[in-house]
Design a binder for this molecule. Structure first.
Ligand SMILES: [Zn+2]
Ligand SMILES: [Zn+2]
Length: 393
């Protein structure tokens, strides 16, 4: 096991230079043309069989082990975010307004490193490794599109693995949850329609601003009164727009927001109460409301047995590490959940913050950057997990 870590450390320069190159040239979801081109180029150098153009810019490579066995898919996301970078790093974005502020540059570099490492261990593998380089993780449905494009078939995938560098925790920390770990997310739009009029004569109109205010307040009752105290949910109204002038009651108000849940029964209950509350309160205020609800991702829920074996591997690889196993949960969401909905597997976090080096801004922040020491750690854990899971079966 310790050999795997030194193998990953020996490839540190390879991983870091790829990561910095991706970082300097970020591309938004479904536009990862340069990035996927470099992925293809590197896979070509390794001599791996691969297909491009899945879901637009997605790339899928195959590594067949020496012996037959199950198929494990390992996934990296490649997209950046529409953020103006403020890190001041030497390798900062050369594409103003677009930035790798989530660490997907690292994920792509890590997966190429894992491919390189596993190739050297081909003789020990009883099974096949499928490498999935995915476009558009950031709320644009890249994973779903790759599933539609057949990423889980030919050969049929038995297990899925993924990781995220994680700046909420320091380097040397690993979060490998036994079950639910990231929330399922819905996006909602609400339109409240009343009747516009003069601000000085409200009785002649129907005020959608007051109705919207009542709806926002009433929605807070769902988590407080309809979700069991030991269960989890979030209902957040995040935008509200209505009106143009101080003395005009507007005809309509629009709001958007998000709902986050883990358990399917909680989700159903919250969505039902959400609809009843919005429509009912609007009606009571004399208005009419319409709701547009879209499911962004299901909850990310790990397969217990797989999570337990990766925890054991992590403890062997990093005896001094802080490994959080029981229930590290965040209300963030991940489209890896779509893969986990179809196939069992495990998604884990690799701590990547280093406050002493000033590398502790959160994900999606213009100053986001992480300690690159996390790169070989992540590659080692992923490669060791694959070797282990394909030799124990
Ligand atoms: Zn993100
Ligand atoms: Zn991310």
């Amino acid at each position: 096991m310790t050999d795997i870590l030194s193998e990953a450390q020996a490839l540190f320069e390879y991983t870091r230079s790829l990561r910095r190159d991706f970082h300097a040239h970020p591309e938004l979801g479904f536009h990862e043309v340069r990035t996927s081109g470099i992925v293809a180029q590197e896979l070509n150098k390794l001599g791996l069989e691969f297909n491009t153009g899945i879901a637009g810019t997605g790339v899928v490579a195959l590594l067949e082990g020496a012996k037959p066995g199950p198929v494990i898919l390992v996934r990296a996301d490649m997209d950046a975010l529409p953020i103006l970078e403020e890190t001041g790093a030497a390798y900062a974005s050369q594409n103003p307004g677009v930035m790798h502020a989530c660490g997907h540059d690292g994920h792509t570099a890590i997966l190429l490193t894992v491919a390189k490492m596993l190739l050297a261990h081909r003789d020990e593998l009883a099974g096949t490794v499928k490498f999935m380089f995915q476009p558009a993780e950031e709320g644009m449905g890249g994973a779903e599109k790759m599933i539609e494009g057949g990423v889980l078939d030919n050969p049929k995938v038995d297990l899925v693995l993924g990781l995220h560098v994680w700046n909420e925790q320091p380097v040397g920390w690993f979060g490998i949850s036994n079950g639910p770990m990231m929330a399922g997310a819905e996006i909602f739009k609400i339109k409240v329609e009343g009747k516009g009029g003069h601000g000085a004569a409200p009785h002649l109109g129907i005020d959608p601003v007051l109705a919207a205010a009542q709806i926002i307040s009433a929605l807070q009752g769902i988590v407080a009164r309809n979700v069991a105290p030991l269960q989890t949910a979030v209902v957040s109204v995040c935008t509200i727009h209505g009106g143009e002038a101080f003395n005009v009651v507007p005809p309509a108000v629009e709001m958007t927001g998000t709902i986050r849940t883990f358990e399917p029964d909680v989700r159903i209950r919250v969505l039902q109460r959400f609809e009843e509350t919005v429509l009912g309160v609007a009606k009571a205020m004399g208005c009419r409301a319409t709701i547009d609800l879209e499911r962004l991702t299901p909850a990310t829920v790990n397969h217990l047995e797989t999570a337990l074996s990766i925890q054991i591997i992590a403890r062997q690889l990093f005896p001094d590490a802080d490994i959080e196993s029981a229930n590290y949960i965040t209300m963030g969401s991940e489209d890896f959940a779509f893969l986990l909905e179809k196939v069992p597997g495990c998604f884990f976090f690799v701590g990547s913050a280093n406050p002493e080096k000033g590398l502790d801004a959160g994900h999606h922040h213009p100053k986001f950057d992480f300690d690159e020491i996390a790169l070989p750690q992540a590659a080692a854990l992923m490669a060791a997990a694959v070797i282990n899971l394909l030799s124990s079966k």
